[in-house]
Design a protein around this ligand. Structure first.
Ligand SMILES: Nc1ncnc2c1ncn2[C@@H]1O[C@H](COP(=O)(O)OP(=O)(O)OP(=O)(O)O)[C@@H](O)[C@H]1O
Length: 311
């Protein structure tokens, strides 16, 4: 395969351990050029370590990582990668325009500085000092810095974490434009709805492993089940949690919400009880799918029986 045909990102059996913690534990992954990919995972799942490997900031203990068919350092040095990381320290005394201009100057085919500032929505901050900005403004400066070199691959670690609603919308509008122009984008996030709306593909990482890879729709379908809600109409709730398929029951006022593995079976069981007033059936949400995929391990059983407790 020539370098122009290679995947933008290729991990093969990549492992990175910190002592006993396998932060990245055998990741195989290919991201095609032009894809927008979201990386989801709970705190400590391994997202930032994956991004560090991807950028060549750390070396895998086992396996390999390639960007455009080359080691990450080479792709970074060639100006093919722009990154927005969580912990970038502000440089004292320089202005936003100077900082973005400095970074742009290090790339072979940068964006005009004014364009990078406009895309990041910070044209009006151009002459402000970078060490005197708010958290959200600083985050947008970091976005402008990532864009400055017009890189083929953009890597963004929780890019919208400090942004207000308007800035978030503006950010995603810029991202969409970049994706349309063929840039490859990989971003990590804790906002499932952003992953669903803006990524072509969602990767769920858990304990250093990729446990799901697909569109939001595919993830929702893989979670199966759903939510069945009915009006209680004064009926007692006893036994509802034992109906076919039901995993849990929540009662709010006169309405029962049953989370179920098998909505059809649950609806039939409710019908047999004559309890289908105000029936509503909804598929599993992306939150449900995410929680099912990344369920924490059960607490280990205590070695000795605890003292009897009133329940
Ligand atoms: N430099 C390090 N030294 C020791 N342990 C580390 C180091 N970096 C990461 N870890 C551990 O590796 C695991 C994965 O961490 P990582 O930062 O990749 O997770 P994350 O998915 O980015 O989490 P978050 O959503 O909280 O940012 C965690 O258990 C973390 O404590």
């Amino acid at each position: 395969m020539t370098q122009t045909q290679c995947a933008a990102v290729a991990f093969a059996g990549a492992v990175k351990a910190f002592g006993a913690v396998r932060a990245v534990d055998g990741v195989d992954l290919n991201v095609a050029r032009g894809e927008t990919v979201a990386l989801l995972g709970r705190n400590g799942a391994g997202k930032s370590t994956t991004i560090s490997l991807l950028l060549g900031l750390t070396e895998p203990d086992e396996g390999s990582v390639r960007l455009f068919g080359a080691p990450p350092e080479r792709a970074v040095r060639a100006g093919r990668v722009g990154a927005m990381l969580q912990e970038a320290r502000a440089v004292p005394r320089v202005t936003v325009r100077e900082l973005v201009g400095f970074v742009a100057g290090r790339y072979p085919e940068p964006l005009p500085v004014a364009r990078a500032l406009a895309l990041a929505g910070i044209a009006e901050l151009a002459d402000r000092r970078v060490d005197r900005l708010s958290g959200g403004q600083t985050q947008r400066v970091r976005f402008a810095v990532a864009l400055a070199g017009n890189p083929a691959l953009l890597v963004l670690d929780e890019p919208t974490a400090a942004l207000d609603v308007a800035a978030r919308h503006a950010f995603w509008a810029s991202m969409r434009g970049l994706a349309r122009r063929g840039h490859t984008v990989l971003f990590s996030t804790h906002h499932l709805e952003e992953a669903d709306r803006y990524a072509d593909r969602i990767l769920v990482i858990d304990r250093g492993r990729i446990v799901a890879d697909g569109t939001g729709e595919q993830l929702r379908r893989s979670a199966g089940g759903g939510l069945v809600a009915v009006d209680l109409a004064g009926r007692a709730t006893d036994g509802l949690e034992r109906l076919a398929g039901v995993r849990s029951l929540e009662v709010r006022g006169d309405r029962a919400r049953l989370r179920t593995d098998d909505p059809d079976a649950t609806v039939l069981a409710l019908a047999a009880l004559g309890a289908i007033r105000g029936l509503e059936v909804a598929p599993a949400s992306l939150d449900d799918a995410f929680l099912a995929l990344t369920a924490p391990e059960p607490e280990p059983a205590p070695l000795t029986a605890p003292a009897t407790e009133a329940v």
